[in-house]
Design a protein around this ligand. Sequence first.
Ligand SMILES: Cc1cc2nc3c(=O)[nH]c(=O)nc-3n(C[C@H](O)[C@H](O)[C@H](O)COP(=O)(O)OP(=O)(O)OC[C@H]3O[C@@H](n4cnc5c(N)ncnc54)[C@H](O)[C@@H]3O)c2cc1C
Length: 325
Amino acid sequence: MQDNKPGVAVIGGGLAGLSAATTLNEAGTAVTLFDCEPAPGGRLGQDTRADLGAQYFTVRHPAFRQACRDWEARGWIVEWSPQLYQQDLEHGLRSSADDIQRLVAVPGMASLAGYLQQGLEIRQADISQLQRTAQGEWLLRDADGNEYGPFRALILATPAEQASALLCVAPSLQQDVARVRMRPCWSVLLEFAQPLPTLVDACFVRDGPLDWLARNNSKPQRSGNESWVLQSTASWAEQHVQLPAAAVVAELALAMERVTGQRLPEPLDSQAHYWPQARPAEQLKWGALAAPRLSLYVCGDWCLGGRIENAWLSGRQAARALLDS
Ligand SMILES: Cc1cc2nc3c(=O)[nH]c(=O)nc-3n(C[C@H](O)[C@H](O)[C@H](O)COP(=O)(O)OP(=O)(O)OC[C@H]3O[C@@H](n4cnc5c(N)ncnc54)[C@H](O)[C@@H]3O)c2cc1C
């Protein structure tokens, strides 16, 4: 049963915002989710053809385990068991098999956002200003001057830099958030006509510009050509922020050749994507931030550490704090 009070606005439709919105929705609270992109998902990615953002997720917390069981039962996520390798200067390329359960959404990581947004009211708007009315409610303004609201409470679920820009209304929260540093990543997708003749499905790289590479089509329910996702280290992305996409593709493909020890065939297609705020530099233990007197809550992976599970936990914590207030 929805109550008759003004609803709650959640700004940011990545996993943290979706987790907050679904938690509120399940509790019968009317919620509107705002995202500046055409589709929510954030760093889960926008494209279900290849995972250029988050690659997979692992589970530690019992509450997230429970959510994953539910998603698994609905057919939204499945286990991925890649032939896992690691490469470093000292040992070269070697198997790195482990018994960690790795989960992926199907048919692409971005699909998880599509499933979670079912039943939610979603608006596409780039929120640029928050205003608190004399009645203690919230009005939101987007970059085109459109106004939304009033809302009785607000959950900010954007990366730290965007949250900080919006938090002039709450200077002490803003001070904390402004200290958070997030680091970038370049992701490259290479598509080939034939499967590459390597046993490697995925590799943690500890040498050179690459941090990770994975055969995207080794994940369950992926269709299409043989495709590989290469992700740079944060330092390399920081040093090469201005590099044209074609040069990024060339450099990371060369690094992949060094890792696998094989020449790559000419790709059918390639693309490069720059994530300016891929992951937080530090692992904090904030959970979520709150200014209950303002009915204002802030969440995101950066409150706990750059993992999908942490984004989900942080969003849920913000929503629960609001519901308990
Ligand atoms: C390349 C890469 C690889 C990764 N690999 C993994 C992995 O393998 N495993 C793992 O667990 N994690 C991984 N991560 C981290 C994981 O993706 C993130 O921790 C998680 O997705 C963050 O979710 P979030 O909701 O906190 O933020 P986001 O996903 O960034 O969501 C924030 C949302 O806010 C929206 N937004 C921002 N500003 C505004 C505004 N002013 N108005 C409206 N909307 C706004 C954005 O459009 C976005 O949708 C990876 C991340 C990257 C970038």
